[in-house]
Write a protein that binds this ligand. Structure first.
Ligand code: GTP
Ligand code: ZN
Length: 330
């Protein structure tokens, strides 16, 4: 089986630009569209897919962008040599508005909540059913991160050959979280069908089987990573940046090595509840400043459960996720 990355090596030279440019104002009508795949020391690796074919292009930021940040997943417009031939460098002249933004948490090394990935649709929360045992509080924090980022969470429960998935599936079902169960020697089509033609981000702590999944989803992931690093001039991929890999059947999967937790410091209870339309609707009747937690005496979620409008298990699950917001980071 071969990956789409194989196609990147085969491209035609770009057509010559025929449109004249105005002198006074830059005219980027003839700019190509691309997506940022990884970033290393001011060099941006882009995936371009247009009439000239699918290819990897290295670019830098144009001066006109100023201090505007460019992150993995950004949809950008590029000019200059976009052939992708060795030793060529294109220029990023525009960054399209971001559809979603996933941030990593501030830590001792870096006190700023930086964006890990832009424009990803799905956050795949990878949890092993055993070895290591599941950590529900971590899953809950990842769920909050997904909702906050505007992404759809997908719970991927791995190593189902070691332990049953029933309990975990049942605890996330009331929230309507989509779940797939996998094992290294079982089929992956349920996961693959959800990833197709979209940008997804994989998260999970060490040992849960992320690399095993990536290597199956992108059969030549290791070669691609080293090729990308050859382009960016690095011996191996740096752990600080995310890297997007193309899936054979379309779509990108973003691996997040070295990223241990998400920036949730700014997330408020009212923002989280907005991810659940029925709960948000009931909470309209809450007293001002209600945090919707189990200890709130007059939370309208309780009256909605009493009147039968809301399912108590759904409210309980929501409150468990909500509590993870104030729990210490792992
Ligand atoms: N029994 C069982 N073992 C698995 C399964 N998937 C992965 N493993 C094993 O679990 C261990 C960890 O798998 P990895 O894919 O390296 O996990 P990871 O999440 O990438 O871990 P890091 O590389 O530390 O981030 C390896 O020994 C795998 O062989 C599975 O479905 N069942
Ligand atoms: Zn409330």
């Amino acid at each position: 089986m071969s990956s789409r990355y194989d196609e990147y090596a085969q491209y035609d030279r770009p057509r010559r630009h025929t449109r004249p440019r105005t002198k006074d104002r830059p005219n980027y009508d003839d700019a190509s569209a691309g997506q940022v795949v990884t970033i290393d020391r001011g060099r941006y690796t882009l995936l371009l897919d247009d009439a000239d074919g699918r290819r990897i292009v290295t670019a830098m930021k144009s001066r006109g962008l100023g201090r505007k940040g460019v992150v993995v997943g950004d949809e950008v417009r590029v000019v200059g040599d976009t052939s992708g031939a060795p030793d060529t460098l294109a220029r990023i002249v525009e960054v399209e508005p971001r559809k979603t933004v996933l941030r990593r948490t501030a830590d001792d090394d870096d006190p700023v909540e930086r964006i890990i990935v832009a424009n990803a649709r799905r956050l795949v929360i990878v949890t092993a059913l055993a070895d290591p045992p599941p950590r529900p509080s971590l899953v809950d924090r990842c769920l909050v991160a997904a909702y906050d980022a505007g992404m759809t969470p997908l719970l991927c429960l791995t190593k189902s050959d070691l332990a049953p998935a029933d309990d975990l599936v049942a605890s996330y079902a009331p929230l309507g979280v989509d779940t797939v169960v996998t094992r290294h020697d079982g089929p992956l089509d349920e996961l693959e069908s959800r990833l197709r033609n979209e940008t997804s981000v994989l998260v999970g702590h060490s040992g849960v089987g992320k690399s095993t999944l990536v290597n199956r989803l992108v059969p030549d992931a290791e070669r691609v990573t080293s090729d990308v690093n050859a382009v960016t001039g690095r011996g191996r991929h740096t752990s600080t940046s995310a890297i997007a890999l193309a899936l054979p059947e379309g779509g990108l999967i973003v691996d997040t090595p070295g990223i241990r937790s998400f920036g949730l410091a700014h997330v408020e209870a009212d923002e989280l509840i907005d991810a659940f339309a029925d709960l948000a609707e009931a909470a309209v009747d809450c007293p001002r400043g209600c945090t919707h937690g189990a200890d709130e005496p007059e939370c309208a979620l309780d009256s909605a459960v009493e009147s039968g409008t809301l399912d108590s298990r759904r409210v309980e699950s929501f409150r468990r996720v909500l509590a993870s917001l104030s729990a210490p980071t792992y």
